[in-house]
Design a protein around this ligand. Structure first.
Ligand code: GAR
Length: 198
């Protein structure tokens, strides 16, 4: 069995689609949802799928190994960021080289970076006068939204689109593509070997 851990900070509509996608898969599963906000709706969504959850704060993520140990014990193969708004610490990036992916609601390298999330991204896209937008799925490195791009999908911007309408279109693209791209990545990944456990 290959196992996914999802990091999320908010509503978790992407997390929901990913959990739905893998629910009946016998070779891959969502084994853990990690969240930095105790009242985030994603936790409810995970409960509905009977996926274990873990809530943490900055101190735990950046200054202890407890999340690392949790992921090791659950034999996590791939880390999926789905609306997670903090940087992943360098030690985790090193331990999960090419095993951490993120989704961004625009066509990177444009409209990325610190503070670029949610409505702000779509407002910046509209402001730019671009005629298309879309999604980017990329590997995660130490910087916000800068890892190697794995996949992009585009949609047109209509003259009457506002940030809310763009957010809706982009979410549709995310929900359609992210679970499938994750599945394809997992198929290609060897089972992760944790030092000291094999
Ligand atoms: C998604 O649109 C995702 O692309 C974005 O947060 C949203 C989370 O929605 N991520 C970023 O902006 C990362 N920079 P969700 O909680 O409904 O899945």
């Amino acid at each position: 069995m290959k196992r996914i851990a999802i990091f999320a900070s908010g509503s978790g509509s992407n997390a929901q689609r990913i959990m739905e996608h893998f629910k009946r898969n016998k070779e891959m599963e969502v084994a853990l949802v990690l969240c930095n906000k105790p009242d985030a709706y994603v936790l409810q969504r995970a409960d509905n799928f009977e996926v274990p959850t873990h809530v943490f704060n900055r101190e735990e993520l950046y200054h202890t190994n407890s999340i690392d140990n949790l992921m090791k014990n659950l034999e996590i193969d791939l880390i999926v960021l789905a609306g997670f708004m903090w940087l992943i610490p360098e030690r985790i990036i090193q331990a999960y080289s090419k095993r951490i992916v993120n989704i961004h609601p625009a066509l990177l390298p444009k409209f990325g970076g610190e503070g670029m999330y949610g409505k702000k991204v779509h407002e910046a896209v509209l402001e730019s006068g671009d005629t298309e937008t879309g999604i980017s799925i990329h590997y995660v490195n130490e910087l916000f939204d800068e890892g190697e791009i794995i996949y992009q999908s585009r949609c047109l911007i209509d003259s009457n689109d506002d940030a809310e309408k763009l957010a809706y279109k982009v979410h549709q693209l995310e929900h359609l593509h992210y679970p499938k791209i994750i599945e394809d990545l997992l198929k290609k990944l060897d089972k992760k070997v944790y030092p000291g456990t094999h």
